[in-house]
Ligand binder design. Structure first.
Ligand code: HEM
Length: 408
């Protein structure tokens, strides 16, 4: 039966740092045990509902009475400063912040780009990209190597080039600027500059594609647009930018953390080394275990309702903690065990409901190819520093590793 402290204020100030590199903060477990839906204070001011049970998280994320519109009053933007919020409110709405019919209309034309069948055509290119960076790793005499810069960041950047049909001659530019947008080694000014350059580049790319549409994502979107006026130029640029921002840093961090997870659980790594057929399930388990996008699945209630024993009022913010849900023992037995044979497909690392990650099949494919290829080609790979000394990204919305020194 659902326990609840509806109306009470539980003591959790957000965002909370993960305590040890892997486990969710201890407060998550305490809150989930007290009540799977409870109220928390936000460091940015105000309060929001905190959804931490697996069942309750799915209920909220599937319920159309919750809005994803970040511009609405009450939306729990615990991770955004005032300037970023102003910028967000001044820009055209992206699919991730739309609701209902408007959201479905924006998502529908792009779904076809991410089907397993369509992505299968990308597989050989992704394999080439991964091999290219591993060739470079093997060719260097330098030790240790920072895997974040050498593999985790460039691979998803180049995969997005493939997806968007960025010409080969622009790959270096695209990859260096997208890396600069998210790397710790860049200053805030460099990051802003890279952001502006990438946006301008995508604008120009869309203009070129409009002049000469090819057989790629933009070509197909432009053909549709000409048939029914679905997306205009600005809409296509925003779509490209959304795919880049949603798919680059997330996948990069998951590559790094997946490698850390496997290297620190050698018995699990041995299972996929001897039987690569297990890698797809290992990827699901790593996604569950790290749940890098925690709290990204925030919503605001659009009407008064009773859910999981909580009385939620219209205009109140709701933060669904996918990390807490993915460590809910009611859904995953012994959640602290990393078990590649678990069969963790019902995890919420990609969200749930209408906004469930559009690029999840692509992310899965990239992760599978990276882990299989990396450990096959560099079987002696190991961390060059103790795991507790690794600089984990505890301060950001997307959890990850700033740096990953490895050797072999
Ligand atoms: C490991 C990698 C990834 C993780 C953990 C991840 C996680 C998520 C999550 C949790 C959401 C749901 C947000 C919500 O409910 O409000 C989401 C949505 C989304 N993701 Fe991903 N993502 C990843 C990779 C990608 C990639 C590779 C792409 C595309 C290139 C992508 C594109 C999107 C888009 C477009 C949405 C919005 C979908 C919508 O609103 O309908 N993601 N992602």
């Amino acid at each position: 039966m659902t326990k609840s402290v509806a109306g009470e204020l539980a003591g959790l100030e957000l965002p909370v740092e993960r305590g040890c590199p892997f486990a969710p903060p201890a407060a998550y477990e305490r809150l989930r045990e007290q009540a799977p839906i409870s109220k928390v204070r936000l460091t940015s001011g105000g309060q929001a509902w905190w959804v931490s049970g697996h069942e309750e998280a799915r209920t909220v994320l599937a319920d159309p009475r919750f809005s994803s519109d970040r511009r609405k009053d009450g939306f729990p933007l615990f991770n955004l400063d005032a300037a970023t919020l102003r910028q967000l409110r001044s820009q055209p709405q992206l699919m991730i912040g739309m609701d209902g019919g408007e959201h479905a209309a924006a998502r529908r034309p792009v779904i076809g780009e991410f089907t397993i069948k369509r992505l299968a055509a990308l597989r050989p290119r992704i394999q080439d990209i991964v091999d290219h960076f591993i060739d470079a790793l093997l060719a260097t005499d330098q030790r240790p190597v920072d895997l974040v810069q050498a593999l985790s960041l460039p691979v998803p950047s180049l995969v997005i080039c493939e997806l968007l049909g960025v010409p080969y001659t622009d790959h270096d530019f695209f990859q260096s600027r997208t890396t600069m947008m998210v790397s710790r080694t860049s200053s805030p000014q460099e990051r802003r500059q890279a952001f502006t350059e990438v946006r301008a580049y995508l604008d120009d790319l869309v203009t070129r594609k409009e002049a000469e549409p090819g057989d790629d994502l933009f070509g197909r979107q432009i053909a549709r647009q000409r048939q029914n006026g679905a997306l205009d130029h600005a809409g296509l640029v925003s779509l490209a930018f959304l795919l880049l921002t949603a798919g680059h840093e997330t996948t990069a961090n998951m590559i790094s953390l997946g490698v850390v997870g496997l290297l620190t659980h050698p018995e699990q790594l041995a299972l996929i080394k001897t039987d690569p057929g297990r890698t797809p399930m290992a990827v699901e388990e790593l996604l569950r275990y790290f749940t890098i996008a925690d709290g990204v699945t925030s919503r605001v209630a659009t009407e008064d309702m009773e859910i999981g024993g909580a009385s939620i009022r219209a205009g109140e913010g709701v933060i669904v903690s996918a990390l807490s849900a993915n460590w809910d023992p009611a859904a995953f037995k012994d959640p602290a065990d990393l078990d590649v044979d678990r069969g963790a497909r019902h995890h919420l690392a990609f969200g749930f409901g209408p906004h469930q990650c559009l690029g999840q099949n692509l992310a899965r494919m990239e992760l599978q190819i990276v882990f299989d290829t990396l450990f096959r080609r560099i079987p002696a790979l190991r961390l060059a520093v103790p795991v507790d000394d690794l600089p984990f990204k505890n301060d950001a919305v997307i959890y990850g590793a700033h740096e990953l020194p490895v050797t072999w």
